[in-house]
Design a protein. Sequence first.
Length: 85
Amino acid sequence: GFDPDEVLPIRRAPRAKCPAIFAAASDDSFVLPSHSQDLHDVWGGHRAFRTFEGGHNGERPEWFLDEASRFLALQLHHEAGDRKA
């Protein structure tokens, strides 16, 4: 069966090639922001890290949603351009 305690994304993160935006609520007490920061720090692909307030399940600030949308659109556009070359 599947044991979530055996899943360690930090082991595979350096091999990642896809772009990723990591985000964490600075006041999240369920998943500590340091977990997202640690993954960001070893991620093998292009990456960004942002923090904001709002807890684990809080509504994300509009500026973050806008930035995340731009990040993904830019990265996906860039990836599509690479495939055409």
